[in-house]
Design a binder for this molecule. Structure first.
Ligand SMILES: [Zn+2]
Length: 194
């Protein structure tokens, strides 16, 4: 037993305020919230984030896809990027980031891939459009679902496919490698069937 034990310092009185002391609740100085990183869902894209985004975009010629070749989310298989400013960070899917750069307010907006290519970031009626009219999709988002992927198997499939597509074109546009990786062997002028 230590010789200098303070009778008031034992564990039995740790949380008992001494008379005259106005102790603050312990939860204000510790706990999970103290270590969480400040996050803002409305942080505007920084010039650095915009430059990093475009540096990762590989453009097929003509009316083709613009493919994001940066990070791919293991959660949903979409391209993903994070940025920060002033100690605040934000993460968005690459295609939603593209809509942001197009001046679109993402609040309540569902990004719709008309071209059936999850990594495509080309804001264009034939590729990627903001959709605000599908109330059922908005409802699904509000409920924490994307409304598009309903099973984990499909998520995994899209993740694997996205990695293959990214790797196929990360060195530059390569139509043969893209067709093999994407599973899309149809001629480029054939509309997607789904
Ligand atoms: Zn596209």
């Amino acid at each position: 037993m230590p010789a200098t034990t303070d009778p008031r310092g034992g564990p039995w009185c740790e949380d008992v305020p001494l008379p005259g002391l106005d102790l603050e609740p312990r939860s204000t100085s510790s706990g999970p919230s103290a270590n969480s990183r400040p996050y803002s869902a409305t942080l505007p894209p920084t010039p650095e984030a915009i430059a990093a985004f475009w540096a990762k975009v590989v453009r097929a010629p003509g009316d083709g896809h613009w493919l994001f070749t940066g990070a791919v989310s293991g959660v949903d298989g979409y391209g993903r990027l994070s940025w920060r400013e002033g100690g605040v960070s934000r993460t968005e899917s690459a295609h939603r980031f593209a809509l942001l750069l197009d001046g679109i307010d993402l609040a309540g907006v569902v990004a719709e891939h008309r071209c059936n290519e999850p990594l495509c970031v080309r804001v264009d009626p034939d590729h990627l459009i903001p959709s605000t009219q599908a109330a059922n999709l908005n409802y699904a988002v509000a409920c924490g679902r994307t409304g598009i992927i309903r099973t984990s198997l499909r998520r995994q499939d899209r993740h694997a496919r996205s990695l293959a597509v990214r790797n196929a074109v990360s060195g530059g546009w390569d139509p043969i490698a893209y067709s093999a990786a994407s599973g899309n062997t149809a001629p480029l002028d054939t509309p997607s069937l789904f």
